[in-house]
Design a protein around this ligand. Structure first.
Ligand code: SF4
Length: 291
């Protein structure tokens, strides 16, 4: 749709900067956060519609989604003040529906010295042409790989074509970055690709297929972040499958597959991390409990 004349499409995003939160976040992978944390810019709304979304307060494609219409200079100033505290990484969270906004921020922030490390935290429902246009601008790609099962992707995220779209997107990110994750002297990532996968309750087979895709179509040397932090949100609290957490057996079955496939770079989580990832975006500091 033409957002410039006020039309709203699937993601319900207008022409301006609708931002849910800009904060210093210490809950990311150690190479992205470290002690200092990362400056995360959480965009409101999303180009997917996952029924179990862990950030449901800000991702809904409706008026109910939390967010503030900010001027570009205001966004830049808020990010800048966090970077001034010694933070070196900027994470753009769920930017797929606002790529031109993200690019304008990257261009402005790149003029800073030292230049921050730009991290694209995406659901991977991205077009290859878009990603080609980001080559050289994004330092670290941080995509999810959610599903390799079209029926599941249609049912849970309203996107049956997710497996094809995301697999093409991941191949493109891998073409740009390869398997190596470049680190600075403090062990913080400066360039590369880290693929996240959130294990869902009752969906071990889907998780295995996602890992198989990464190992077989990309490489088992890719850095993998296997997330156990799923917790039911109010939207799915009564769902027979999604209304519970992942069990130890389910998570271990996925870890076994990860080991069988030869992954040797990345991170797993403790099952009780679901306790830690419970942001409330109505609060001033939604991630206060993150370690
Ligand atoms: S892609 Fe991520 S942010 Fe978007 S609705 Fe799904 S889980 Fe939420």
């Amino acid at each position: 749709v033409d957002r410039a004349v006020g039309e709203l499409g699937y993601c319900h995003t207008g022409a301006g900067f609708l931002v849910a939160l800009i904060c210093r976040h210490r809950g990311e992978e150690p190479v992205l956060g470290g002690e200092k944390g990362i400056c995360n810019v959480f965009f409101s709304h999303c180009n997917l519609h996952c029924v179990y979304c862990q950030n449901w307060q800000i991702s809904a494609n409706s008026e109910e989604s939390l967010g503030h219409e900010l001027a570009f200079e205001e966004v830049l100033a808020r990010v800048g003040s966090i970077l001034d505290e010694g933070v070196s990484h900027v994470g753009f969270v769920s930017p797929s529906h606002v790529i031109p906004r993200m690019v304008s921020l990257i261009e402005a922030l790149s003029r800073r010295t030292p230049k921050p490390v730009m991290v694209m935290n995406t659901n991977a429902y991205d077009r290859v042409e878009t990603l080609r246009g980001l080559e050289g601008l994004i330092d670290v790609y941080l995509p999810d790989l959610k599903y390799m099962d079209s029926e599941l992707a249609g049912r849970l995220s309203d996107a049956e074509d997710y497996p094809e779209v995301a697999s093409r997107a991941l191949r493109e990110m891998y073409r740009q970055k390869g398997s190596r994750l470049w680190l600075d002297e403090e062990g913080m990532a400066t360039s590369g690709l880290i693929v996240r996968h959130l294990v869902l309750p009752g969906q071990v087979e889907n998780s295995k297929r996602c890992l198989q895709f990464i190992a077989e179509e990309l490489s088992p040397s890719v850095h993998l972040s296997l997330l156990a932090q799923y917790r039911p949100t109010p939207n799915v609290a009564r769902d027979p499958l999604l209304g519970r957490r992942v069990t130890q057996e389910e998570y271990e079955a996925v870890i076994e597959e990860m080991e069988r496939l030869g992954f040797h770079n990345g991170w797993t989580q403790e099952l009780d991390s679901a306790e830690n990832y419970n942001p409330d975006f109505r609060e001033r500091h939604p991630f206060e409990t993150d370690g």
